[in-house]
Design a protein around this ligand. Structure first.
Ligand SMILES: [Zn+2]
Length: 346
């Protein structure tokens, strides 16, 4: 039967259609689906079909119409998706802007501190963050009833009621690294101990439950306070500029004797006086002193032969001064707006 043969032929044609672009598709649409198209021509012949064949032929014609429409639609999708590739693909172009990370300001400043002291001959040592009372307090001459041992100040992991020196805790200062190092090394010792420390404090703009310190220790024959002062002056000038002045004020730490706190001339107002330095022209940056002979002896170093100095500073404190950061919480909140300000720092 002629009309069924024609329909089969068209079905075959339609299934093999292909198109390169939207114009090709429009031509195919006109050829098959328009008023003057092939399918309508078949339908015009429909009236000549014998009555008993009309149903079968009708089904076939509908099948053909649907196949043609589906084919045109799928060609449109193919061309549309290929289009994006053909017209916009540039293999040399990065697919999206790649955000470069930045070093954390505390890392930047810690590395600067390490760099300065390494140039003066200090080596690096990293002590444990989880430590015991013996190294963090006892060997450093903290009295048994010293408030630093209180639960209010230190995070304890386990407490030993029979022997307080066996208490396990999160170190509250890096000074414990001095005990670890002196215990296992012979003088001359010239070591720098950077690290994270923990204190049981409420978090605010000025206090945090964790922060970072760098501890320095020098033990040898004939080490004097003058050596300490010269090293700290060199550090201050390298860190804050060649015009920086320092002053040492008497202070007290259990593990140094004599002890001092060091101020530098305010690097924000240049020493003239501003809100940051409370109009004194000076800001405190670190604590220091001569290692207490008791500590040397506790670590197996003969205090009659050797002397030493130690100093410790807060990395956050130095960073605040260098970059005028006024809220400690910014360092641990991971606010990209804050972190991206340090993109140009090394
Ligand atoms: Zn000032």
């Amino acid at each position: 039967m002629m009309i069924l043969d024609k329909i089969d032929q068209l079905l075959k044609e339609v299934s093999q259609l292909s198109a390169k672009n939207a114009d090709d598709i429009e031509q195919l649409r006109l050829k098959y689906l328009s008023k003057k198209g092939e399918i309508n021509a078949v339908m015009a012949d429909f009236r000549n079909v014998a009555a008993d064949q009309k149903k079968a032929v009708g089904i076939k014609i509908n099948e053909l119409k649907k196949a043609a429409q589906d084919k045109i639609n799928s060609l449109r999708e193919q061309v549309a998706s290929a289009d994006t590739g053909d017209n916009h693909e540039d293999l040399t172009r990065t697919p999206y802007p790649i955000a470069l990370g930045t070093r954390h300001p505390l890392t930047i400043v810690k590395n600067q501190i390490i760099d300065i002291f390494q140039r003066m001959g200090f080596t690096l040592y990293h002590g444990p963050e989880i430590d015991d009372d013996k190294h963090v307090f006892t060997m450093l001459n903290f009295a048994a009833d010293h408030p630093a041992r209180d639960m209010q100040d230190t995070f304890f992991i386990s407490q030993d009621k029979s022997d307080v020196t066996k208490n396990v805790l999160l170190r509250s200062h890096t000074s414990g690294d001095e005990a670890h190092y002196m215990e296992t090394h012979e003088p001359p010792i010239r070591v720098l101990c950077p690290g994270r420390v923990y204190r049981n404090e409420a978090i605010s703009a000025r206090a945090h439950c964790f922060f970072h310190q760098v501890e320095g220790l020098y033990v040898d024959k004939g080490v004097s306070f003058t050596d300490l002062k010269q090293v700290l002056l060199t550090f201050a000038r390298e860190m804050f500029g060649p015009d920086t002045k320092i002053r040492l004020r008497p202070s007290y730490f259990p593990f140094t004797e004599p002890s001092a706190e060091m101020d530098i001339s305010c690097n924000i107002c240049g020493g003239k006086g501003c809100n940051f330095c409370k109009h004194t022209g000076w800001v405190e940056i670190l604590g220091c002193g001569m290692v207490d002979p008791h500590d040397l002896a506790a670590c197996g170093i003969d205090p009659d032969v050797y002397t030493g100095y130690a100093f410790g500073m807060g990395v956050e404190r130095i960073t605040n001064l260098k970059y005028c950061v006024n809220d400690l919480r910014l360092f641990s909140e991971n606010d990209k707006r804050f972190l991206e300000e340090f993109q140009s720092a090394f």
